[in-house]
Design a binder for this molecule. Structure first.
Ligand code: RNT
Ligand code: ZN
Length: 413
């Protein structure tokens, strides 16, 4: 079917494909930098820690800042729509100071190359993350909740430096910067005291947020139910982070790999929207655990995007990506995840949301089921291809990426 025919088919149900395409083009997606190098960063880390894990050994991992930026730029060029970049403190350009200064002393200028990169590649803005993992100053697996005051203070300082860096990035890009705070703190086995670490985490967050640039920076806290080696207890589960965000007037970030397996983020979004003016997401794909598989176009992704679209929350929900797969071509992984999120959004934008809502309110559940099933067979793929075409892209990203692999990635031996 051609796009013109698809447009007619959708119009038959009162859906305007042109309006959907125009909206989709403007929705910013924050693309994480850490898919390209297995979350290792530029500080010289050789392995990951803090309960997160990449698996696989596909050749071609970016080993230097130059390689990462080249792969990132190439991946971004294959992604349609409005893009932001999302970087971690561990991706600082330290120059001569490498090995001499630590994360409690990173400064805005260490991130200037990212500003240049973003400007050169037509990026809308930069989001930032302090890095509370993969570092020797984690003590017994703890950072902001450590009972050791020197350790806790070190990480508080890192948090404060991160807020300063975020304000710089925001002003440089003239776009608000979302700073996401996630800590890996927790215990492998049953703790004797579940409260004290949480009180220390709360205190540390308060210290980090004492004096940040409220005009330019949006702080968020990301909760998590467990991690590898942190199976029995985390310091920052959902209830902690929700209450923290609500009482401090900051943002809450939901990662869909961070809940019990039958809980879904799609249902949490409208619950949050009843109370918050902003919600942040890490869109991931948990396969039986927080595995951070590449996001694909599957049911829960569609449900998440439906909740964003039909609650008129495109301006309220900050969408970011969070996955890292080292078992397949990393550029392909990057692009596939971003395109899947775009597909999810387009799918949701092409639903007769208002009509279905009305049917629900009237209690016409038979008709509601009819409509919900009917829309599944609409020619979605043709509208998607038109979207790619308008972005100068095509559905086949496999061949060009394989070419890049041959020419560039295979040389990295
Ligand atoms: C870990 C969290 C966190 C990280 C990134 C690298 O479980 O999801 O968001 O994945 O910050
Ligand atoms: Zn996350």
């Amino acid at each position: 079917m051609s796009y013109q025919e698809a447009k007619k088919a959708y119009a038959g149900l009162g859906i305007d494909t042109e309006a959907a395409l125009a909206t989709l083009q403007r929705v910013p997606i924050s693309v994480h930098c850490w898919q390209g190098d297995d979350v290792l960063g530029f500080e010289g880390a050789e392995s990951l820690s803090g309960g997160i894990q990449t698996t696989g050994n596909y050749p071609g991992r970016a080993r230097t800042p130059e390689e990462l930026m080249a792969d990132y730029a190439y991946a971004l060029s294959l992604m349609p729509g409005t893009k932001r970049i999302n970087i971690h403190a561990s991706y600082a350009f330290l120059g001569d100071e490498k090995g001499k200064i630590d994360r409690d002393a990173y400064r805005p200028e260490h991130f200037a190359p990212w500003v240049k990169f973003a400007k050169e590649h037509g990026i809308e803005g930069i989001d930032f993350n302090p890095t509370f993992f993969a570092h020797p100053k984690m003590k017994d697996g703890l950072t902001l909740s450590s009972p050791d005051e020197a350790t806790r203070k070190f990480w508080v300082e890192h948090g404060k430096r991160s807020m300063e860096i975020a304000a710089y990035l925001a002003k440089e890009m003239n776009s608000l910067c979302l700073v996401n705070i996630w800590i890996p703190d927790g215990y492998k086995d049953i703790p004797a005291d579940r409260l004290s670490p949480r009180l220390r985490y709360k205190q540390s967050l308060d210290e980090i947020l004492e004096n940040y640039d409220k005009e330019w920076v949006i702080p968020a806290v990301e909760s998590k139910v467990f991690g590898i080696g942190v199976e029995s207890y985390t310091v920052g589960p959902s209830e902690f982070c929700q209450n923290y965000a609500a009482t401090r007037g900051i943002c809450s970030l939901l990662d869909n790999g961070h809940y019990h397996p039958t809980e879904v983020v799609s249902d949490k979004i409208p619950a949050m929207l009843a109370f918050y003016d902003k919600v942040a997401l890490h869109v991931s794909r948990p396969v039986r655990w927080d595995s951070d598989h590449v996001v694909i176009f599957e049911d829960e992704l569609k449900e998440i995007m439906k909740e964003v679209v039909r609650n008129d929350a495109l301006g309220k929900v900050k969408i970011a990506l969070d996955y890292f797969d080292a078992s397949i071509n990393r550029v392909f992984a990057w692009v596939t995840g971003q395109r899947s999120v775009e597909k999810g959004l387009l799918y949701a934008l092409l639903l007769p949301n208002a009509a279905m809502k009305e049917v629900q309110e009237k209690g016409e559940f038979t008709r509601l089921m009819y409509l919900q099933e009917r829309v599944k067979m609409l020619p979605f793929g043709d509208v998607w291809e038109e979207y790619l075409r308008r972005n100068g892209l095509e559905e086949n990203d496999f061949d060009p990426i394989m070419n890049y692999e041959k020419k560039i990635l295979e040389e990295r031996k």
